[in-house]
Design a protein around this ligand. Structure first.
Ligand code: NI
Length: 160
């Protein structure tokens, strides 16, 4: 496993649409492992492959709960309901946070890393994380969806 280099705000790749994964081969397995390691290193709750420079429809999410890290290949949101205001950040926008309106509930289909088709009925944080990461696969970032005027920059703490 390896930490991959993150792509940051202003990098044109973040505006690009990612392509579907056609074959779940060893390269995809390594990508998923590296994405999980990279997400954990930077204390993220989600990461899309485009954020490490790979335009493939792969996302990882970890809410640091009993589910552990989840990898989703070719995720498709098929239904949403409800509306909540969330405060979001993104590993590609260090120290920036903004309020975004997201669905409360999301039903999504995806392939797991073994190629099984899974349907997840997610709510709250997991639902919002899926939306945020699927947006990345479509070249969209949270600052384009934020409630105007809510962007905050939080000064990082000094590491001595
Ligand atoms: Ni993000």
């Amino acid at each position: 496993m390896a930490i991959r280099n993150l792509r940051y705000e202003g990098d044109p790749i973040l505006k690009k649409k990612s392509r579907e994964v056609e074959v779940i081969d060893e390269k995809i397995q390594i990508l998923i492992d590296d994405m999980i390691e990279t997400m954990h290193k930077y204390n993220g709750v989600g990461l899309a492959a485009v954020q490490v420079g790979i335009l493939k429809r792969v996302i990882v999410i970890d809410l640091y709960d009993d589910n552990g890290p989840i990898a989703m290949i070719n995720p498709v949101i098929i239904e949403t309901s409800g509306e909540v205001e969330t405060e979001e950040g993104c590993l590609s926008f260090p120290n920036k946070f903004a309020k975004v309106i997201r669905p409360q509930n999301v039903t999504a289909d995806f392939l797991d890393r073994e190629g099984n088709t899974i349907r997840v009925k997610a709510k709250d944080l997991l639902a919002q994380a899926i939306c945020h990461e699927v947006d990345h696969l479509n070249g969209e970032v949270f600052t384009e969806k934020m409630i105007p005027g809510t962007l905050e920059y939080i000064e990082p703490e000094e590491n001595n």
